[in-house]
Design a protein around this ligand. Structure first.
Ligand SMILES: [Zn+2]
Length: 278
């Protein structure tokens, strides 16, 4: 049980996508709405990247987790319906991609409840997972999520595997992430406003980095959680690279390729708080 994985499993792997769409650019500066090229860069995600990603996941029979800001869900309800209908998980990701460090507790709660309500109205199911925009989390965020009945958060970086995060409102599961496993660092580039790492890497470099990270999790046991953005990873060559990574992971025995919800549910049912310190 120390690994937090079902018997026979060596590691878990999750493909997660933050479907920011236009929300991030509007959050950065409302004036961006009139910048047609900048907005089209963001719109590529829901408009062009997402259908290709969903087609690929369907062909590969992989279930993934999609974190969506409420604003994006309102703009693209048919896309959200398709994600749900194809058996993927939907999680909340702010309303207009607000970094919660800029919000007071009431504003943070309003954004969370609003987005959960929008997703539930579209899909008929309230999300159980949350990822903070920009992975910015306040000291009270975990208790807020627990109070609203969410199962897990996926924004912190202090472990290789899911763990129980006790809060004053009950336990939450944390599904850890890391910048190393984020396509933003590899592929995000905008000239003005400056965005991302300022470099556009090759698919081969990203594949090599993520394959090494997967190999590490496979050796030591943990959850390889890849965080991607459809405006970046949805480009043709990159979807082909992601397909190759899925094949690579599946060439190993004992890899649990699943959703954040599945591994968080397993953690909640099988780990105690004390065992996270083992
Ligand atoms: Zn985001």
């Amino acid at each position: 049980m120390k690994s937090g994985l079902p018997a026979g499993m060596r590691c878990a792997a999750v493909l997660s996508f933050d479907v920011d769409g236009e929300s991030g650019m509007l959050q950065a500066d409302p004036k961006n709405k009139d910048r047609m090229s900048v907005m089209s860069w963001a719109r590529y995600g829901p408009k062009t990247g997402m259908p290709r990603i969903l087609d690929m996941l369907k062909a590969k029979e992989v279930k993934a987790t999609f974190f969506v800001p409420g604003y994006t869900a309102e703009l693209y309800p048919d896309l959200i319906k398709r994600i749900a209908e194809e058996g993927h998980e939907l999680g909340a990701h702010g309303y207009l991609h607000e970094p919660v460090s800029t919000l007071d507790p009431i504003e943070e709660e309003v954004a969370l409840v609003k987005t959960c309500t929008i997703l539930e109205q579209i899909t008929g199911r309230k999300p159980v997972g949350y990822r903070a925009p920009l992975w910015e989390v306040n000291p009270g965020s975990a208790a807020l999520l627990a109070r609203h009945g969410l199962l897990y958060d996926s924004s912190l970086m202090d472990d290789d595997k899911p763990y129980i995060l006790p809060t004053e409102a009950g336990n939450l599961v944390e599904v850890p992430v890391h910048w190393t496993n984020d396509d933003w660092e590899q592929f995000a580039f905008l000239y003005e406003p400056p965005m991302g790492s300022g470099v556009i890497e090759t698919c081969e470099k990203a594949f090599q980095l993520w394959r090494e990270e997967f190999d590490g999790m496979y050796r030591y046991g943990g959850a390889f959680v890849l965080t991607m953005h459809p405006e970046l990873i949805g480009r043709p060559a990159r979807v082909m690279m992601l397909e190759r990574l899925i094949d690579y992971m599946r060439s190993h025995a004992g890899v649990w390729l699943t959703t954040c919800e599945e591994i968080a549910s397993y953690c909640a049912a099988n780990q105690t708080v004390a065992s996270t310190k083992a």
